[in-house]
Design a protein around this ligand. Structure first.
Ligand code: NAD
Length: 476
Protein backbone atom coordinates (compact mmCIF):
# COMPACT_ATOMS: atom_id res chain seq x y z
CA UNK A 1 0.00 0.00 0.00
CA UNK A 2 2.78 2.43 0.94
CA UNK A 3 4.82 4.13 -1.74
CA UNK A 4 8.62 4.10 -1.63
CA UNK A 5 8.96 7.38 0.30
CA UNK A 6 6.37 6.38 2.86
CA UNK A 7 7.75 5.52 6.31
CA UNK A 8 6.73 2.26 8.00
CA UNK A 9 3.75 2.29 10.40
CA UNK A 10 6.04 2.50 13.44
CA UNK A 11 8.11 5.27 11.88
CA UNK A 12 4.89 7.08 11.04
CA UNK A 13 3.78 6.94 14.70
CA UNK A 14 7.25 8.11 15.77
CA UNK A 15 7.12 11.06 13.35
CA UNK A 16 3.79 12.17 14.78
CA UNK A 17 5.18 11.71 18.32
CA UNK A 18 8.25 13.81 17.41
CA UNK A 19 6.09 16.63 16.05
CA UNK A 20 4.33 16.90 19.39
CA UNK A 21 7.39 16.40 21.58
CA UNK A 22 9.13 19.31 19.80
CA UNK A 23 6.51 21.54 21.44
CA UNK A 24 7.19 20.15 24.93
CA UNK A 25 9.83 20.77 27.51
CA UNK A 26 10.71 17.31 28.77
CA UNK A 27 13.74 16.45 30.94
CA UNK A 28 16.72 15.28 28.83
CA UNK A 29 16.36 11.67 27.71
CA UNK A 30 12.76 11.22 28.82
CA UNK A 31 11.43 11.74 25.30
CA UNK A 32 13.50 8.80 24.03
CA UNK A 33 12.46 6.62 27.01
CA UNK A 34 8.79 7.25 26.30
CA UNK A 35 9.06 6.77 22.53
CA UNK A 36 10.89 3.44 22.37
CA UNK A 37 9.22 0.08 22.66
CA UNK A 38 10.43 -1.73 25.82
CA UNK A 39 10.36 -5.28 24.46
CA UNK A 40 8.88 -7.41 21.71
CA UNK A 41 8.59 -11.14 22.08
CA UNK A 42 8.42 -13.26 18.93
CA UNK A 43 7.19 -16.82 19.15
CA UNK A 44 7.11 -19.54 16.52
CA UNK A 45 5.10 -22.60 17.45
CA UNK A 46 3.85 -25.68 15.68
CA UNK A 47 0.35 -27.17 15.73
CA UNK A 48 -0.50 -30.51 14.13
CA UNK A 49 -3.48 -29.90 11.85
CA UNK A 50 -4.80 -31.63 8.75
CA UNK A 51 -2.11 -34.33 9.00
CA UNK A 52 0.96 -32.11 9.24
CA UNK A 53 2.67 -29.66 11.57
CA UNK A 54 1.97 -26.01 10.72
CA UNK A 55 4.33 -23.38 12.12
CA UNK A 56 2.80 -20.06 13.16
CA UNK A 57 4.52 -16.78 14.04
CA UNK A 58 3.13 -14.54 16.76
CA UNK A 59 4.19 -11.42 18.65
CA UNK A 60 3.48 -9.63 21.89
CA UNK A 61 5.04 -6.22 22.18
CA UNK A 62 5.23 -4.17 25.39
CA UNK A 63 5.72 -0.50 24.66
CA UNK A 64 5.59 1.11 28.09
CA UNK A 65 5.27 -0.26 31.61
CA UNK A 66 4.92 3.09 33.38
CA UNK A 67 1.62 1.58 34.55
CA UNK A 68 0.80 -2.10 34.89
CA UNK A 69 -0.85 -4.17 33.66
CA UNK A 70 -0.09 -3.23 30.10
CA UNK A 71 -3.01 -3.48 27.70
CA UNK A 72 -3.64 -4.00 24.01
CA UNK A 73 -5.44 -6.22 21.53
CA UNK A 74 -4.39 -9.35 19.71
CA UNK A 75 -4.71 -9.20 15.93
CA UNK A 76 -5.08 -12.16 13.56
CA UNK A 77 -4.05 -11.19 10.03
CA UNK A 78 -1.53 -12.23 7.41
CA UNK A 79 0.06 -8.78 7.45
CA UNK A 80 1.04 -8.96 11.14
CA UNK A 81 4.74 -8.17 11.67
CA UNK A 82 7.04 -6.74 14.33
CA UNK A 83 6.92 -3.17 13.02
CA UNK A 84 3.11 -3.22 13.07
CA UNK A 85 2.71 -4.63 16.61
CA UNK A 86 5.26 -2.14 17.91
CA UNK A 87 3.42 0.78 16.29
CA UNK A 88 0.11 -0.48 17.69
CA UNK A 89 1.64 -1.01 21.16
CA UNK A 90 2.94 2.58 21.16
CA UNK A 91 -0.51 3.86 20.18
CA UNK A 92 -1.96 1.88 23.11
CA UNK A 93 0.34 3.69 25.56
CA UNK A 94 -0.81 7.09 24.30
CA UNK A 95 -4.45 6.03 24.03
CA UNK A 96 -4.63 4.72 27.61
CA UNK A 97 -2.96 7.88 28.92
CA UNK A 98 -5.34 10.12 26.96
CA UNK A 99 -8.51 8.46 28.29
CA UNK A 100 -7.04 7.85 31.75
CA UNK A 101 -7.25 4.07 31.64
CA UNK A 102 -4.56 3.04 34.15
CA UNK A 103 -2.53 0.83 31.82
CA UNK A 104 0.72 0.78 29.92
CA UNK A 105 0.68 -0.04 26.21
CA UNK A 106 1.00 -3.43 24.55
CA UNK A 107 -0.18 -5.24 21.42
CA UNK A 108 -0.07 -8.74 20.02
CA UNK A 109 -0.54 -10.41 16.72
CA UNK A 110 -0.56 -13.77 15.01
CA UNK A 111 0.29 -14.11 11.34
CA UNK A 112 -2.73 -16.12 10.21
CA UNK A 113 -5.75 -15.73 7.97
CA UNK A 114 -8.54 -16.84 10.33
CA UNK A 115 -10.89 -17.49 7.40
CA UNK A 116 -8.67 -20.35 6.25
CA UNK A 117 -9.24 -22.42 9.38
CA UNK A 118 -12.18 -24.26 10.92
CA UNK A 119 -13.36 -23.22 14.37
CA UNK A 120 -11.84 -26.22 16.17
CA UNK A 121 -8.52 -25.61 14.39
CA UNK A 122 -8.56 -21.93 15.36
CA UNK A 123 -9.23 -22.95 18.94
CA UNK A 124 -6.19 -25.22 19.00
CA UNK A 125 -3.99 -22.54 17.42
CA UNK A 126 -5.27 -19.86 19.82
CA UNK A 127 -4.81 -22.03 22.89
CA UNK A 128 -1.27 -22.87 21.86
CA UNK A 129 -0.44 -19.20 21.20
CA UNK A 130 -2.02 -18.27 24.54
CA UNK A 131 0.02 -21.00 26.30
CA UNK A 132 3.25 -19.49 24.93
CA UNK A 133 2.26 -16.01 26.12
CA UNK A 134 0.84 -17.08 29.50
CA UNK A 135 3.94 -18.99 30.54
CA UNK A 136 5.97 -15.80 30.01
CA UNK A 137 3.47 -13.58 31.90
CA UNK A 138 2.53 -11.88 28.64
CA UNK A 139 -1.06 -12.73 29.50
CA UNK A 140 -1.67 -12.08 33.19
CA UNK A 141 -4.33 -10.09 35.13
CA UNK A 142 -1.72 -7.93 36.85
CA UNK A 143 0.88 -7.68 34.10
CA UNK A 144 -0.51 -7.93 30.58
CA UNK A 145 -4.17 -8.00 29.59
CA UNK A 146 -5.01 -8.55 25.88
CA UNK A 147 -8.31 -7.76 24.14
CA UNK A 148 -9.81 -8.31 20.68
CA UNK A 149 -8.52 -6.56 17.57
CA UNK A 150 -8.81 -7.21 13.85
CA UNK A 151 -9.63 -10.86 13.17
CA UNK A 152 -10.38 -11.74 16.81
CA UNK A 153 -13.45 -11.35 19.00
CA UNK A 154 -15.08 -12.66 22.14
CA UNK A 155 -14.70 -16.29 21.06
CA UNK A 156 -10.88 -16.04 20.96
CA UNK A 157 -10.86 -14.09 24.25
CA UNK A 158 -12.91 -16.85 25.92
CA UNK A 159 -10.38 -19.48 24.76
CA UNK A 160 -7.48 -17.38 26.09
CA UNK A 161 -9.22 -16.85 29.47
CA UNK A 162 -9.93 -20.57 29.74
CA UNK A 163 -6.35 -21.45 28.85
CA UNK A 164 -5.13 -19.10 31.58
CA UNK A 165 -7.48 -20.71 34.12
CA UNK A 166 -6.20 -24.17 33.21
CA UNK A 167 -2.62 -23.04 33.81
CA UNK A 168 -3.42 -20.98 36.95
CA UNK A 169 -6.14 -22.94 38.70
CA UNK A 170 -5.90 -21.05 42.01
CA UNK A 171 -5.80 -17.50 40.64
CA UNK A 172 -9.06 -16.02 41.86
CA UNK A 173 -8.61 -13.06 39.48
CA UNK A 174 -7.92 -15.27 36.49
CA UNK A 175 -10.80 -13.92 34.43
CA UNK A 176 -9.20 -10.48 34.43
CA UNK A 177 -6.32 -11.84 32.30
CA UNK A 178 -8.10 -10.77 29.12
CA UNK A 179 -11.01 -8.46 28.21
CA UNK A 180 -13.62 -8.55 25.47
CA UNK A 181 -14.90 -11.92 26.76
CA UNK A 182 -18.46 -13.09 26.12
CA UNK A 183 -20.93 -11.92 28.73
CA UNK A 184 -21.41 -15.40 30.20
CA UNK A 185 -17.66 -15.89 30.37
CA UNK A 186 -16.84 -12.91 32.54
CA UNK A 187 -17.42 -10.17 29.96
CA UNK A 188 -19.28 -6.91 30.38
CA UNK A 189 -22.37 -5.54 28.64
CA UNK A 190 -21.50 -3.13 25.86
CA UNK A 191 -17.90 -4.27 25.19
CA UNK A 192 -18.53 -5.62 21.68
CA UNK A 193 -20.10 -2.36 20.53
CA UNK A 194 -17.72 -0.19 22.59
CA UNK A 195 -15.23 0.96 19.97
CA UNK A 196 -17.93 1.87 17.44
CA UNK A 197 -19.99 3.47 20.19
CA UNK A 198 -16.94 5.51 21.17
CA UNK A 199 -16.60 6.74 17.57
CA UNK A 200 -20.22 7.91 17.74
CA UNK A 201 -19.68 9.65 21.12
CA UNK A 202 -16.53 11.33 19.75
CA UNK A 203 -18.45 12.76 16.79
CA UNK A 204 -21.34 13.81 19.02
CA UNK A 205 -18.88 15.69 21.24
CA UNK A 206 -17.23 17.42 18.28
CA UNK A 207 -20.65 18.48 17.00
CA UNK A 208 -21.46 20.03 20.40
CA UNK A 209 -18.90 22.71 19.51
CA UNK A 210 -20.00 24.84 16.54
CA UNK A 211 -16.47 26.29 16.35
CA UNK A 212 -15.04 22.80 15.77
CA UNK A 213 -17.74 21.92 13.23
CA UNK A 214 -16.84 25.13 11.40
CA UNK A 215 -13.14 24.24 11.50
CA UNK A 216 -14.14 21.10 9.56
CA UNK A 217 -15.97 23.32 7.05
CA UNK A 218 -19.30 21.81 8.08
CA UNK A 219 -22.34 23.22 9.81
CA UNK A 220 -25.34 22.10 11.83
CA UNK A 221 -25.70 18.73 13.50
CA UNK A 222 -24.86 15.15 12.58
CA UNK A 223 -28.34 14.77 11.11
CA UNK A 224 -28.16 14.24 7.34
CA UNK A 225 -24.36 14.19 7.17
CA UNK A 226 -23.00 11.98 4.38
CA UNK A 227 -20.68 9.32 5.76
CA UNK A 228 -18.30 6.91 4.02
CA UNK A 229 -17.06 3.92 6.07
CA UNK A 230 -14.20 1.60 5.24
CA UNK A 231 -14.48 -1.84 6.88
CA UNK A 232 -17.83 -3.11 8.15
CA UNK A 233 -16.27 -5.24 10.88
CA UNK A 234 -16.71 -4.83 14.60
CA UNK A 235 -15.73 -1.16 14.76
CA UNK A 236 -17.04 0.08 11.40
CA UNK A 237 -20.36 -1.74 11.65
CA UNK A 238 -21.22 -0.44 15.12
CA UNK A 239 -20.09 3.12 14.36
CA UNK A 240 -22.07 3.26 11.10
CA UNK A 241 -25.14 1.60 12.62
CA UNK A 242 -25.36 3.97 15.61
CA UNK A 243 -24.66 7.07 13.50
CA UNK A 244 -27.38 6.03 11.07
CA UNK A 245 -30.00 4.88 13.56
CA UNK A 246 -29.49 7.41 16.34
CA UNK A 247 -27.94 10.52 14.78
CA UNK A 248 -29.60 10.56 11.35
CA UNK A 249 -26.37 10.25 9.33
CA UNK A 250 -26.63 9.02 5.77
CA UNK A 251 -24.17 6.22 4.94
CA UNK A 252 -23.35 6.99 1.31
CA UNK A 253 -20.42 4.58 0.87
CA UNK A 254 -19.19 1.31 2.38
CA UNK A 255 -15.77 -0.05 1.42
CA UNK A 256 -14.98 -3.70 2.06
CA UNK A 257 -12.33 -6.23 0.98
CA UNK A 258 -14.04 -7.06 -2.34
CA UNK A 259 -14.82 -3.49 -3.39
CA UNK A 260 -17.21 -0.75 -2.36
CA UNK A 261 -20.88 0.17 -2.71
CA UNK A 262 -22.25 3.67 -2.88
CA UNK A 263 -25.68 5.26 -2.83
CA UNK A 264 -26.63 8.94 -2.65
CA UNK A 265 -29.88 7.94 -0.98
CA UNK A 266 -27.99 6.11 1.79
CA UNK A 267 -27.23 2.44 2.51
CA UNK A 268 -28.99 0.54 5.27
CA UNK A 269 -26.10 -0.67 7.45
CA UNK A 270 -27.94 -3.66 8.89
CA UNK A 271 -28.96 -4.92 5.44
CA UNK A 272 -25.42 -4.50 4.09
CA UNK A 273 -24.02 -6.38 7.09
CA UNK A 274 -26.48 -9.25 6.50
CA UNK A 275 -25.58 -9.25 2.80
CA UNK A 276 -21.86 -9.54 3.63
CA UNK A 277 -22.55 -12.41 6.05
CA UNK A 278 -24.45 -14.27 3.35
CA UNK A 279 -22.39 -13.46 0.25
CA UNK A 280 -18.94 -12.85 1.70
CA UNK A 281 -18.69 -9.28 0.34
CA UNK A 282 -20.59 -6.19 -0.73
CA UNK A 283 -20.74 -7.02 -4.45
CA UNK A 284 -24.28 -7.41 -5.76
CA UNK A 285 -25.95 -5.48 -2.94
CA UNK A 286 -29.22 -4.21 -4.44
CA UNK A 287 -29.94 -0.54 -5.13
CA UNK A 288 -26.32 0.51 -4.85
CA UNK A 289 -23.47 1.20 -7.26
CA UNK A 290 -20.65 -1.32 -7.00
CA UNK A 291 -17.07 -0.04 -7.36
CA UNK A 292 -14.51 -2.79 -7.84
CA UNK A 293 -11.54 -0.69 -6.76
CA UNK A 294 -12.94 0.09 -3.31
CA UNK A 295 -10.05 2.39 -2.39
CA UNK A 296 -11.38 4.96 -4.87
CA UNK A 297 -14.42 5.52 -2.64
CA UNK A 298 -12.09 6.95 0.03
CA UNK A 299 -11.83 9.87 -2.40
CA UNK A 300 -15.60 10.23 -2.79
CA UNK A 301 -17.28 13.50 -1.91
CA UNK A 302 -18.76 13.15 1.60
CA UNK A 303 -18.93 15.01 4.93
CA UNK A 304 -17.33 12.44 7.22
CA UNK A 305 -14.89 9.67 6.30
CA UNK A 306 -14.50 6.79 8.74
CA UNK A 307 -11.60 4.47 7.93
CA UNK A 308 -12.31 1.46 10.17
CA UNK A 309 -10.25 -1.34 8.65
CA UNK A 310 -6.49 -1.11 8.15
CA UNK A 311 -3.53 1.17 8.67
CA UNK A 312 -1.92 3.21 5.90
CA UNK A 313 -4.99 3.39 3.63
CA UNK A 314 -4.76 7.17 3.29
CA UNK A 315 -1.20 7.74 2.17
CA UNK A 316 0.95 9.83 -0.15
CA UNK A 317 -0.68 8.26 -3.20
CA UNK A 318 -4.26 9.35 -2.48
CA UNK A 319 -4.25 12.00 0.30
CA UNK A 320 -4.46 14.92 -2.12
CA UNK A 321 -7.62 13.43 -3.66
CA UNK A 322 -9.47 12.84 -0.38
CA UNK A 323 -12.41 15.27 -0.28
CA UNK A 324 -13.87 14.61 3.15
CA UNK A 325 -13.43 17.71 5.34
CA UNK A 326 -13.66 15.55 8.49
CA UNK A 327 -11.92 12.20 9.00
CA UNK A 328 -12.38 10.16 12.15
CA UNK A 329 -9.76 7.44 12.52
CA UNK A 330 -11.73 4.46 13.81
CA UNK A 331 -8.90 2.14 12.70
CA UNK A 332 -5.40 2.47 14.09
CA UNK A 333 -3.03 4.40 11.86
CA UNK A 334 -5.23 4.74 8.73
CA UNK A 335 -3.54 8.04 7.80
CA UNK A 336 0.24 7.96 7.31
CA UNK A 337 2.43 10.79 8.59
CA UNK A 338 2.92 12.11 5.03
CA UNK A 339 -0.81 12.02 4.27
CA UNK A 340 -1.52 13.71 7.59
CA UNK A 341 0.60 16.65 6.50
CA UNK A 342 -1.11 16.95 3.12
CA UNK A 343 -4.57 16.78 4.69
CA UNK A 344 -3.71 19.28 7.41
CA UNK A 345 -2.53 21.75 4.79
CA UNK A 346 -5.84 21.27 2.97
CA UNK A 347 -7.66 22.19 6.18
CA UNK A 348 -9.11 18.73 6.80
CA UNK A 349 -9.92 18.03 10.46
CA UNK A 350 -8.69 14.61 11.59
CA UNK A 351 -9.97 13.10 14.81
CA UNK A 352 -6.93 10.94 15.70
CA UNK A 353 -7.00 7.19 16.27
CA UNK A 354 -5.67 7.29 19.81
CA UNK A 355 -8.82 9.19 20.78
CA UNK A 356 -11.36 8.07 18.17
CA UNK A 357 -11.09 4.34 18.85
CA UNK A 358 -10.39 4.54 22.59
CA UNK A 359 -13.91 3.32 23.41
CA UNK A 360 -12.68 -0.28 23.25
CA UNK A 361 -9.97 0.07 25.85
CA UNK A 362 -12.22 2.23 28.01
CA UNK A 363 -14.88 -0.47 28.31
CA UNK A 364 -12.13 -3.10 28.60
CA UNK A 365 -10.99 -1.16 31.66
CA UNK A 366 -14.51 -1.42 33.10
CA UNK A 367 -14.53 -5.16 32.37
CA UNK A 368 -11.17 -5.65 34.10
CA UNK A 369 -12.43 -3.75 37.16
CA UNK A 370 -15.62 -5.84 37.14
CA UNK A 371 -13.58 -9.06 37.04
CA UNK A 372 -11.34 -7.94 39.91
CA UNK A 373 -14.27 -6.80 42.04
CA UNK A 374 -16.23 -9.99 41.24
CA UNK A 375 -19.52 -8.13 41.03
CA UNK A 376 -21.64 -6.74 38.23
CA UNK A 377 -21.88 -2.94 38.04
CA UNK A 378 -25.19 -1.70 39.41
CA UNK A 379 -25.96 -4.86 41.39
CA UNK A 380 -25.81 -3.19 44.80
CA UNK A 381 -27.40 0.17 44.11
CA UNK A 382 -29.99 -0.33 41.41
CA UNK A 383 -33.06 -1.23 43.48
CA UNK A 384 -32.19 1.27 46.17
CA UNK A 385 -31.99 3.98 43.50
CA UNK A 386 -35.37 2.86 42.18
CA UNK A 387 -36.89 2.97 45.67
CA UNK A 388 -35.69 6.57 46.16
CA UNK A 389 -37.08 7.56 42.78
CA UNK A 390 -40.37 5.93 43.75
CA UNK A 391 -40.63 8.35 46.69
CA UNK A 392 -40.50 11.32 44.31
CA UNK A 393 -42.96 9.72 41.88
CA UNK A 394 -45.39 9.12 44.78
CA UNK A 395 -45.15 12.79 45.75
CA UNK A 396 -45.71 13.86 42.13
CA UNK A 397 -48.69 11.51 41.89
CA UNK A 398 -50.24 13.20 44.90
CA UNK A 399 -49.60 16.62 43.33
CA UNK A 400 -51.09 15.40 40.06
CA UNK A 401 -54.33 14.44 41.83
CA UNK A 402 -54.45 17.69 43.77
CA UNK A 403 -53.86 19.96 40.78
CA UNK A 404 -56.42 18.18 38.62
CA UNK A 405 -56.37 19.23 34.94
CA UNK A 406 -53.98 22.16 35.40
CA UNK A 407 -50.89 19.90 35.60
CA UNK A 408 -49.93 16.30 34.88
CA UNK A 409 -46.81 14.24 34.46
CA UNK A 410 -45.61 13.52 30.90
CA UNK A 411 -46.78 9.99 30.04
CA UNK A 412 -43.46 8.11 29.99
CA UNK A 413 -41.79 10.17 32.76
CA UNK A 414 -42.64 7.64 35.48
CA UNK A 415 -41.33 4.67 33.55
CA UNK A 416 -38.11 6.42 32.53
CA UNK A 417 -37.41 8.00 35.89
CA UNK A 418 -38.14 4.89 37.93
CA UNK A 419 -35.75 2.66 36.05
CA UNK A 420 -32.44 2.34 37.91
CA UNK A 421 -29.31 2.03 35.77
CA UNK A 422 -28.23 -1.49 34.85
CA UNK A 423 -24.78 -2.52 33.70
CA UNK A 424 -25.26 -1.45 30.08
CA UNK A 425 -26.48 2.04 31.02
CA UNK A 426 -23.57 2.47 33.43
CA UNK A 427 -21.05 1.29 30.84
CA UNK A 428 -22.43 3.70 28.24
CA UNK A 429 -22.47 6.53 30.76
CA UNK A 430 -18.84 5.85 31.73
CA UNK A 431 -17.83 5.64 28.08
CA UNK A 432 -19.63 8.86 27.14
CA UNK A 433 -18.05 10.68 30.06
CA UNK A 434 -14.59 9.40 29.12
CA UNK A 435 -14.96 10.43 25.46
CA UNK A 436 -16.21 13.89 26.41
CA UNK A 437 -13.46 14.50 28.97
CA UNK A 438 -10.69 13.35 26.62
CA UNK A 439 -12.06 15.55 23.83
CA UNK A 440 -12.07 18.55 26.16
CA UNK A 441 -8.45 17.94 27.11
CA UNK A 442 -7.41 17.90 23.42
CA UNK A 443 -9.63 20.82 22.53
CA UNK A 444 -8.15 23.08 25.20
CA UNK A 445 -4.75 22.75 23.55
CA UNK A 446 -6.07 22.82 19.98
CA UNK A 447 -7.76 26.18 20.50
CA UNK A 448 -5.65 27.40 23.41
CA UNK A 449 -2.14 27.24 21.99
CA UNK A 450 -1.01 28.97 18.81
CA UNK A 451 1.58 26.31 18.08
CA UNK A 452 -0.98 23.45 18.17
CA UNK A 453 -2.68 23.27 14.78
CA UNK A 454 -4.50 19.98 14.97
CA UNK A 455 -6.25 17.48 17.22
CA UNK A 456 -3.58 14.81 16.71
CA UNK A 457 -0.79 17.01 18.05
CA UNK A 458 -3.07 18.00 20.91
CA UNK A 459 -3.79 14.34 21.68
CA UNK A 460 -0.08 13.51 21.73
CA UNK A 461 0.67 16.49 23.97
CA UNK A 462 -1.96 15.42 26.50
CA UNK A 463 -0.93 11.78 26.54
CA UNK A 464 2.85 12.27 26.51
CA UNK A 465 2.41 14.78 29.32
CA UNK A 466 0.55 12.18 31.38
CA UNK A 467 3.11 9.44 30.70
CA UNK A 468 5.91 11.89 31.62
CA UNK A 469 4.13 12.69 34.88
CA UNK A 470 3.96 8.97 35.71
CA UNK A 471 7.69 8.61 35.08
CA UNK A 472 8.40 11.62 37.29
CA UNK A 473 6.24 10.11 40.03
CA UNK A 474 8.31 6.92 39.74
CA UNK A 475 11.41 9.03 40.35
CA UNK A 476 12.84 8.56 36.87
P1 NAD B 1 -12.65 -6.67 12.23
O1 NAD B 1 -11.78 -7.80 11.83
O2 NAD B 1 -13.87 -6.92 13.04
O3 NAD B 1 -13.13 -5.84 10.94
C1 NAD B 1 -12.28 -5.39 9.95
C2 NAD B 1 -13.15 -5.16 8.70
O4 NAD B 1 -12.35 -4.56 7.68
C3 NAD B 1 -13.70 -6.46 8.15
O5 NAD B 1 -15.06 -6.28 7.82
C4 NAD B 1 -12.84 -6.70 6.90
O6 NAD B 1 -13.52 -7.44 5.90
C5 NAD B 1 -12.55 -5.28 6.48
N1 NAD B 1 -11.35 -5.18 5.65
C6 NAD B 1 -10.22 -5.90 5.73
N2 NAD B 1 -9.36 -5.54 4.77
C7 NAD B 1 -9.96 -4.56 4.07
C8 NAD B 1 -9.58 -3.77 2.96
N3 NAD B 1 -8.40 -3.93 2.38
N4 NAD B 1 -10.46 -2.84 2.51
C9 NAD B 1 -11.65 -2.67 3.10
N5 NAD B 1 -12.06 -3.39 4.15
C10 NAD B 1 -11.23 -4.31 4.63
O7 NAD B 1 -11.66 -5.63 12.95
P2 NAD B 1 -12.04 -4.48 13.99
O8 NAD B 1 -11.92 -5.05 15.35
O9 NAD B 1 -13.28 -3.81 13.55
O10 NAD B 1 -10.78 -3.51 13.79
C11 NAD B 1 -10.72 -2.56 12.75
C12 NAD B 1 -9.71 -1.49 13.13
O11 NAD B 1 -10.07 -0.89 14.37
C13 NAD B 1 -8.27 -1.96 13.31
O12 NAD B 1 -7.38 -0.95 12.91
C14 NAD B 1 -8.16 -2.14 14.81
O13 NAD B 1 -6.83 -2.04 15.29
C15 NAD B 1 -9.00 -0.97 15.28
N6 NAD B 1 -9.51 -1.11 16.66
C16 NAD B 1 -10.31 -2.14 17.02
C17 NAD B 1 -10.79 -2.21 18.33
C18 NAD B 1 -11.75 -3.28 18.78
O14 NAD B 1 -12.26 -3.16 19.90
N7 NAD B 1 -12.05 -4.29 18.01
C19 NAD B 1 -10.41 -1.23 19.26
C20 NAD B 1 -9.59 -0.19 18.86
C21 NAD B 1 -9.15 -0.13 17.55
Amino acid sequence: MNSAQEPSFRESVDLMFNRAVALMDLPPGLEEKIRVCNATYTVRFGVRLRGKIHTFTGYRSVHSEHMEPVKGGIRYAMGVNQDEVEALAALMTYKCALVEAPFGGSKGGLRIDPREWEEDELERITRRFAYELIKRDLVNPSQNVPAPDMGTGEREMAWIADQYKRMNTTDINGRACVTGKPINGGGIQGRTEATGRGVQYALQELFRHPEDVKAAKLSGTLDGKRVVVQGLGNVGYHAAKFLQEEDGCKITGIIERDGAITSDAGLDVESVRNWIMKHGGVKGFPDATYVENGGLVLEQDCDILIPAALEGVINLSNAANVKAPLIIEAANGPVTAGADEILRKKGCVIVPDMYANAGGVTVSYFEWVKNLSHIRFGRLGRRQEEARHQLIVDELNALDTELGDSWSMTPDFKQKYLRGAGELELVRSGLDDTMRAAYQSMRELWHGRDDVEDLRTAAYLVSIGKVADSYRALGL
